[in-house]
Design a protein around this ligand. Structure first.
Ligand code: PEP
Ligand code: MN
Length: 397
C-alpha cells in the first residue's frame, strides 16, 4: 500500500499550505505559553531548514506494515518512556529501551506466529500534556524537556523555545542510534503536541501535490487531552501523510469514535488510523464494545491498540504516581476479550516501559513501599523489564 492513496485528486501544494494555515487558526489545547513570540518564529525558521528526521519512504514502509496489522496479519508493539529527557538520551538508556522492545517483540512473534512491528516511543517523546497548570509548589508545571525543565525553579520552568532545537538534536542522535543498533526497522513515534515544532518539520513528499509528511517521526498520535474534534491537533493529524493515532479515554462515545475515523481516514486506507484505547481496567469491558462495533460497521479498517497504562494511574500511599501491574493486565485481558467476542483483531499494545531497573509501578518484584527506591520517571510511571515482559505472557490471539 502506498500512503499516496491518502490524497484526493487535485490536492495542490497551495492546498496544503492552505491546510496548514487553517490548522493554525483552530484553538490548540495545551499550548506551552512561550513568552517571546519573535524567538519562537526564529526557532521555527531554523527547524524548517533542518533535514527531516524520518524520510517519506520509511513512513510509507510503516504505513504498509500497519495496513497488515489492520488486516490481522501482523501485530504492533509500541513502547518506551512516558517522557524522554535530554539527560536521559544516553546510549545506555536508548539501548535498554530498544533491547526491551526488541525482546518483547520477539516473544510476541513466537506467541502469535505473526510479524511484530516495533514502534518506539523514542527519538521525539519530549513534550507532555498536563492536567494542571501549576504544580504543588505553585510553579508552572513541567511540560517535557522540549518546553521547560523539571527542576523546581521558576527560571527552569519558564517555557524556552530553544528547547525545541535541543529536542530536534536529541531526536536526531536517538534515530541514528536506532538505525545502527535496531537490527532491522524500528519506527519512531511520539505525541504530536507542540504544533510549533511539528508544523516546522512538515516536508513535501516525493509527489508535491500530496499531503505533507511529518519529518519528526514515522507515527504521531493525538493525546486524550488534545483530541477535540474542532481543535488544532486533530486538524494537524488530518493534514499529514503519516499514519496517525488517537487516544480514546473512557468517556469516548461510539459516535465520536466514528467521527475520528471519518475525519482521519477519509480515503479508507487500512491502517492509516490507529485507535489507542485507554479506558481503564474498570471501564474497558463496558465502554469498548459499542465503539468497536460502530467503527467496524463503518467499514474503515483501523488498527486497534490497547494502552493499558493511562486509564490505571493512581497515587500510592507513599505519594508516588503509580500503576498496579495487576490492573494493567486486567485492562489488557478485557481488551483482548472484547475483540475476541466481536471477532475483531486486537492489533497491538502501547506501553510505558523501560529497560532501566526502575521501581515505578507496583507488581512482581516491586511492592508499594519500594516505589521510592528507583523512581526515576520525569512523568508517568513505567513498567520495568520484568513487569513489561510478564504482560506478554497474557497475550493470546
Ligand atoms: C501519554 O501517552 O503519555 C499520555 C499522556 O497519554 P494520554 O493522552 O492517553 O493521557
Ligand atoms: Mn504517559
Amino acid at each position: 500500500m502506498s500512503s499516496g492513496s491518502l490524497a484526493p485528486a487535485g490536492n495542490s501544494p497551495r492546498c496544503c499550505a492552505l491546510r496548514v494555515a487553517v490548522a493554525g487558526s483552530r484553538p490548540a489545547a495545551q499550548l506551552p505559553g512561550w513568552s517571546d513570540a519573535a524567538q519562537v518564529r526564529r526557532v521555527r525558521a531554523v527547524l524548517r531548514g533542518m533535514p527531516p528526521l524520518v524520510r517519506p519512504h520509511e513512513v510509507d514502509a510503516l504505513s504498509a506494515r500497519l495496513a497488515a496489522v489492520a488486516r490481522g496479519e501482523a501485530f504492533v508493539l509500541q513502547g518506551g518512556d512516558c517522557a524522554e529527557t535530554f539527560a536521559g538520551n544516553t546510549e545506555a538508556h536508548l539501548r535498554g529501551n530498544l533491547g526491551l522492545l526488541t525482546a518483547m517483540a520477539a516473544e510476541l512473534g513466537r506467541r502469535t506466529g505473526l510479524p511484530v512491528v516495533r514502534l518506539a516511543r523514542m527519538a521525539g517523546q519530549f513534550a507532555k500534556p498536563r492536567s494542571a497548570i501549576v504544580d504543588a509548589d505553585g510553579l508552572p508545571v513541567y511540560r517535557g524537556d522540549m518546553i521547560n525543565g523539571f527542576a523546581a525553579d521558576p527560571a527552569v520552568r519558564a517555557p524556552d523555545p530553544e528547547r525545541m532545537l535541543r529536542a530536534y538534536g536529541a531526536s536526531s542522535a536517538a534515530i541514528d542510534f536506532l538505525h545502527t543498533a535496531g537490527g532491522g526497522p524500528v519506527f519512531t513515534a511520539h505525541e504530536a503536541l507542540v504544533l510549533d515544532y511539528e508544523r516546522a518539520l512538515l516536508r513535501r513528499g516525493p509527489n508535491a501535490w500530496r499531503h505533507p509528511y511529518s519529518g519528526s517521526a514515522h507515527f504521531l498520535w493525538i493525546g486524550e487531552r488534545t483530541r477535540d474534534l474542532d481543535g488544532a491537533h486533530i486538524a494537524f493529524a488530518e493534514l499529514v501523510a503519516n499514519p496517525v493515532g488517537v487516544k480514546l479515554g473512557p468517556r469516548t462515545t461510539p459516535e465520536e469514535a466514528v467521527e475520528y475515523v471519518r475525519r482521519l481516514d477519509p480515503h479508507r486506507v487500512p491502517g492509516r488510523l490507529t485507535l489507542i484505547c485507554r479506558m481503564g481496567a474498570r471501564h474497558v469491558r463496558d465502554v469498548l464494545p459499542p465503539i468497536v462495533e460502530k467503527v467496524s460497521a463503518s467499514g474503515h479498517e483501523v488498527v486497534w491498540q490497547c494502552d493499558p497504562m493511562h486509564g490505571n494511574t493512581i497515587t500510592a500511599a507513599t505519594g508516588h504516581k503509580t500503576r498496579y501491574v495487576e490492573q494493567v493486565m486486567n485492562e489488557l485481558a478485557g481488551y483482548l476479550d472484547v475483540h475476541k467476542g466481536l471477532g475483531t483483531f486486537p492489533g497491538g499494545v502501547h506501553l510505558e516501559m523501560t529497560g532501566d531497573d526502575v521501581t515505578e509501578c507496583v507488581g512482581g518484584d516491586v511492592a508499594e513501599p519500594d516505589l521510592g527506591t528507583r523512581y526515576e520517571t520525569a512523568c508517568d510511571p513505567r513498567l520495568n523489564s520484568h513487569q513489561a515482559r510478564s504482560l506478554v505472557a497474557g497475550i493470546t490471539l
